[in-house]
Design a binder for this molecule. Structure first.
Ligand SMILES: NC(=O)c1ccc[n+]([C@@H]2O[C@H](COP(=O)([O-])OP(=O)(O)OC[C@H]3O[C@@H](n4cnc5c(N)ncnc54)[C@H](OP(=O)(O)O)[C@@H]3O)[C@@H](O)[C@H]2O)c1
Length: 291
């Protein structure tokens, strides 16, 4: 923590993690005129963004040094925690940290604690939306954090998203909301997969399921997209089964001790695990259809 905030370049953003969502976020920030640096554990993925005007860094400390804004988009809490600890020597007090990864309840509280101890201004900002909305700058950002730097945070959110829902001024609330929303996404995914599989198992063309529901009250854009992908056998990844396992686990763990049962989330976790064990971990969660 050797840096001085006054030496930082305004509008310079360091993006840590350039997987599906992080790469799209970095590209959209460049398009909106920010100076964007990127670091990724597997360096090649950050380097691949150079053609889009992103400056790749092999060294995480150098990546964050002088950046006024830090964006983390990694797999889970342990990945973010390890990265931020490694980056500490390059971080100035007063740096704005926007934490976009889905990390769950315990990890978000511990990351917020790390930020407070190190003078970082922390926004808990998980996102709704998958590969295509991320690439189109149409994510929905669930944001929680202090009033003080909201304008700056909002300028980043506007560059990567179509809407920001301010949830609370206390970090942690957004990560909790994100778990509830993921429970819904997974219920829809598994519900679609299982319904198609039931039709097929009963000797009925599963395409008739989609035809029967199209245009009615049970139809949705998500049902259409995932149902079509399942029937085509197109499991190109927007949101991986491995991340589905991680996020379903976060839902189940978060409910421990609340007295509320997450029956669907637990069953869905089993289904994602079965898909992963069958070798589909890096495929899209539509591969629930293969479980
Ligand atoms: N895709 C979606 O639809 C979606 C939607 C909403 C929220 N999210 C959340 O957004 C986050 C990123 O998702 P994604 O789809 O972009 O995932 P992804 O494509 O699987 O990318 C994961 C990223 O995390 C990094 N990572 C994993 N383990 C790490 C570790 N131990 N240390 C450092 N870096 C590590 C990966 O680095 P490597 O390249 O080295 O593996 C990669 O940059 C996740 O929390 C996910 O739950 C995703």
């Amino acid at each position: 923590m050797a840096q001085d905030i006054t030496n930082q370049t305004p509008r310079t953003v360091a993006v840590l993690g350039t997987g599906i969502i992080g790469a799209a976020v970095a590209r959209n920030l460049v398009r909106k005129g920010f100076n964007v640096r990127a670091w990724n554990r597997t360096a090649a993925k950050a380097e691949a963004l150079a053609a889009d005007g992103v400056e790749p860094y092999g060294d995480i400390v150098e990546a964050v040094q002088g950046a006024a804004i830090l964006v983390t988009v990694m797999k889970d809490g342990p990945a973010v925690s390890e990265a931020i600890v490694k980056a500490t020597a390059g971080l100035a007090r007063g740096t704005i940290w926007l934490q976009l990864s889905t990390v769950g309840v315990q990890a978000i509280d511990s990351l917020a604690g790390f930020a407070a101890e190190n003078g970082l201004i922390f926004y808990d900002a998980p996102v709704q939306g998958t590969r295509q909305p991320a690439e189109q700058g149409k994510l929905v950002i669930l944001a929680s954090g202090p009033e003080s730097e909201r304008d700056t945070a909002q300028s980043i959110f506007d560059a990567i998203g179509q809407r920001t829902l301010w949830v609370s001024d206390v970090p942690g609330a957004s990560s909790r909301l994100k778990l509830a929303l993921n429970a819904y996404v997974f219920a829809l995914t598994h519900g679609t997969a299982e319904t198609l599989a039931i039709a097929r198992a009963l000797g009925v063309d599963p395409a008739l399921v989609i035809e029967a529901l199209t245009g009615g009250p049970l139809d949705s854009g998500y049902f259409q997209a995932k149902g079509a992908a399942m029937l085509k056998g197109d499991f190109s990844t927007s949101f991986s089964v491995d991340n589905g396992v991680k996020d379903a686990r976060l839902v189940v763990d978060a409910l421990a001790g609340t007295g509320i049962r997450a029956d669907l989330a637990e069953a869905g976790l089993g289904r994602f695990r079965r898909a992963a064990r069958a070798g589909h971990g890096d495929k899209d969660i539509a591969a629930s259809f293969l479980a």
